[in-house]
Design a protein around this ligand. Structure first.
Ligand code: BES
Ligand code: ZN
Ligand code: MN
Length: 510
């Protein structure tokens, strides 16, 4: 994807042209150049009002160039990054419906007046929205469609961009494209059915990412997991014919391996609940129980493209949670890599058990701070629905930086309290910890269980059980896997690099 400016968009080749129109422009009865008359008729008929999320397609009769014109509403408010993402995502979706391969998006001169975020952030947001909106889930029907999706998109600036602005735009678009393609990689992995994505297959996918970018990687098989003493991951993986894996990838962006951030993703390729079996309705959604793993792998993909001056180690504890003759059971006591023992009360609380070992292992890889991402609890859905990701932390300063990142990305997070009383609920009579803490406060207690294994390192836990997989399309996200947290993690990590100032004073939540 690239962008251009200046020359008439009529000379650009495309199957569809998108024109962005604000509500206020229609109210005034002006604007939109050659389509003004038609658009005003549509407005009078109540068919297109320029509202955000609204699109309308006009055939470009008899005109040279694109066959269809997509009108995309931008609403009436001052445009922030999220609005720009949504406009571009809707343009991409309209193009998909038209089976267009090449899309031109005309960026009106007035748009720069309507946004307060600057050329780089605007370019990034538009590119993100476009690539996120153009996502199509793979299907496995016998008949494969002829149309293969959007191939190219051009942002066409109406006015001649000045030199400095042009550089910012380009940088923004490169970054936005990388962020969104990484998110789409995470979505693809998360949408894969459990029979096609076992722990060893997830390891293959991870090695592919590592090899593409020349990153050192390590995959521990079930024997090595046992030898190493990762009793939690071993216990959860025991009941499956597809044995567990511990996957590690390293990205080194500075001369020395220092100031290392660990990103850890829950990689349960399917969660039946194990012996504490889940009920049948909706169980198919548990193909997304490796959404955290997919997110951290997506992050590595983008780091490979953008190469920031930071150091990141990615860890994925992966297993399939099955009920079986040799599965772990309620009442079992397992010894984690940290030496802490865990009393299993419910085999469906398996995520925290595999993450425990991964957090301990992260320290062995030199981690100085840890972020874990996990489809961890149904309880987080009771609190935040599928609107926001739940966060738990032991370090308010780190959380503040992460919150700022989430405001830039537009991916909502909401912090849950880490009260010591919650931690006490995790006490066991016979082991160091128990893996469930009773009925109430389940999202916080689950997070705090994992936090024990950070062993004092600054740590943030992200519970994406509600946000990783949506029942219907919303904003930039499709139905199904969202790849949530890829972009927020990247925003956070890239701000750790020396080239980026950490200042976030001018950011406001939308
Ligand atoms: N993977 C589930 C959590 C989940 C629920 C993800 C809904 C996505 C949508 C997790 O392993 C789980 O089963 N958690 C249990 C914990 C309980 C047994 C303490 C839950 O939330 O019910
Ligand atoms: Zn699970
Ligand atoms: Mn479970």
């Amino acid at each position: 994807m690239h962008w251009s400016s200046g020359s008439s968009s009529k000379t650009l080749k495309g199957d569809a042209l998108c024109v962005i129109i604000a509500e206020t422009e229609l109210e005034g009865g002006k604007q939109a150049g050659e389509w003004t008359g038609k658009i005003n008729l549509l407005a009078q008929a109540g068919l297109f009002a320029g509202k955000l999320n609204q699109t309308y397609v006009l055939p470009a009769e008899g005109q040279p160039g694109p066959a269809a014109v997509i009108l995309a509403g931008s609403g009436s408010a001052l445009l922030g990054a999220e609005e720009l993402r949504v406009i571009a995502a809707q343009a991409a979706r309209a193009a998909l419906r038209l089976k267009a391969a090449r899309l031109i998006i005309r960026i009106p001169d007035s748009l720069s007046l309507l946004t307060a975020i600057g050329a780089e952030a605007a370019g990034q947001a538009l590119a993100e929205g476009l690539v996120l909106g153009a996502y199509r889930r793979t299907h496995y029907k016998r008949e494969q469609p002829v149309y293969t999706g959007l191939e190219s998109a051009v942002f066409h600036l109406e006015r001649n961009a000045v030199e400095a602005e042009s550089k910012e735009w380009t940088q923004g678009i490169v970054r936005g494209k990388a962020f969104a393609e990484a998110t789409n990689l995470a979505r693809n992995l998360t949408n894969l059915p459990g029979n096609l994505l076992t722990p060893s297959e997830l390891a293959v996918a991870a090695i592919e990412v590592a090899e593409r970018h020349g990153f050192p990687a390590e995959v521990l098989d079930e024997l090595e997991i046992e030898q190493k003493g990762m009793g939690g991951l071993l216990a959860v993986g025991k009941g499956s014919a597809h044995p567990p894996r511990m996957i590690v990838i390293r990205y080194q962006g500075t001369a020395r391996w220092e100031n290392v951030t660990a990103i850890v993703g829950k990689g349960i390729t399917f969660d039946t609940g194990g012996i504490s079996l889940k009920r049948a309705p909706g169980m198919e959604e548990m193909i997304s129980d490796m959404g955290g793993a997919a997110a951290v792998l997506g992050v590595m993909e983008a780091l490979g493209i953008l190469r920031p001056q930071i150091n990141v180690v990615m860890l994925i504890p992966s297993a399939e949670n099955m009920p079986a003759a040799n599965a772990f059971k309620p009442g079992d006591i397992v010894t984690s890599l940290s030496g802490r023992t865990i009393e299993i009360l419910n085999t469906d609380a398996e995520g925290r058990v595999v993450l425990a070992d991964a957090l301990t292992y992260a320290r062995e890889w030199g981690a100085e701070r840890i972020i874990d991402v996990a489809t961890l609890t149904g309880a987080v859905l009771s609190i935040l629905g599928d609107i926001a990701t739940g966060a738990v932390t032991n370090d308010e300063g780190m959380m503040e930086a992460f919150r700022a990142a989430s405001i830039r990305s537009g991916e909502r997070i909401w912090q849950l309290p880490a009260y010591p009383e919650f931690r006490e609920l995790l006490r066991s009579e016979v082991a160091d910890l128990r893996n469930t803490a009773g009925r109430y406060g389940g999202a916080a207690t689950a997070g705090l269980f994992i936090g024990e294994f950070a062993d004092g390192l600054p740590w943030i836990h992200l519970d994406i059980a509600g946000t990783a997989f949506l029942p219907k399309e919303r904003g930039v996200n499709p139905k199904g896997a969202t790849g949530v947290m890829v972009r927020t993690l990247l925003e956070y990590l890239l701000h750790l690099s020396p080239g980026e100032e950490a200042g976030a004073a001018d950011e406001v939540e939308g």
